[in-house]
Design a protein around this ligand. Sequence first.
Ligand code: 0YR
Ligand code: MG
Length: 370
Amino acid sequence: MKITRLVPFILHAPVTRGAVADSTHALTHWGAPGVAIHTDTGHVGYGYTGTHAHLATDRLITDCIAEAYAPLLIGEDPMEVRGLWEKLYRHAEIFWVGRSGITHLALSAVDVALWDLKAKALGLPLWKLLGGSPKRVEAYNTDGGWLNFSLDQVVADCQKLTQESGYRAVKVKVGGPDAGEDVRRVAAVRRAIGPDVRLMADANGRWSLPEAIQTCRRLAEFDLTWIEEPLAFDDVVGHRRLAASVPVPVALGEQLYMTEQFRDFIAHEAVHYVQADAVRLAGVTQWWTVAELAHANRLPVMPHVGDMAQLHLQLCIAHPACDLLEYIPWLSPWMKHPVRVEAGRFAVPQEPGAGTEPSVRALNEINRLA
Ligand code: 0YR
Ligand code: MG
């Protein structure tokens, strides 16, 4: 089998709640800049990364795919995914300007498309190609806790998610301008959902170290499963100090690009829940390395879902370090085989591939931008 053509796309899907915000970002759409990789056998693989639907930088990502990576892939055998990843990652000129950021997000899309293609060509869902067996993956819902929603709205949403929709875990955003308000929101949600639902809080990198120490101490009584990205995303020393001084476990990783960064956070005991995201880590290939590293250190991997769980569900089924996965529904209406959550658990997908193929409607209706 040979690669014949790469066709970039940019999907911008509206967020289901109209407009949402965390402490650092506000958005109305989720972006999925990606690529379709075509072959001489007619098989097509799809991969994408996740963005805040900022068209100018989404185009940098698809340009990087078309200009830098596509010429290196034409004529290659797509089944040799790991070899191709090495070829693209270690390409001297791209390496000089890359290793994170735009090139890495572009490489994520390419790598995921290659895995999707390989799984389809073999007629297997990716979790089975990776050697997994069907397994229970719990879903935690993040779409009820946005920082731009009132306290009453957040409480009502979390109540609905847990009592009507059957979620046994929810995440709320914190890191607003008033720490007292953060504490009131978490307290009210904990009261509303009861003691048996897992509750997480996400500060999206907002706090200084003293603010994080103080607020985490106040939040500790609400039995948080984790505090997420309390400090600046890449700050190993800061997170080490925080983890040593508060009783709340620390989760992070959604903005880390390299295995070495995870190695350092883990070696310094600066992270408890490893939120490796394959669509930022340059794809499945490097995500797997990070998951193995975490697993060897007895740390659970609870991926961040830049892909909106389509790919990460496959990875979580396949990897023993994973049993809880974020769910946000933004891309579901636009995928050929959207992930399904029933009574708080992900159904095991059976279709061949990585789950990353957009629907025909998505490619027609929301891909007007590539
Ligand atoms: C929305 N998940 C996150 C979204 C999400 C952000 O701004 O990008 O909240 O990536 O932190 O855990
Ligand atoms: Mg987060």
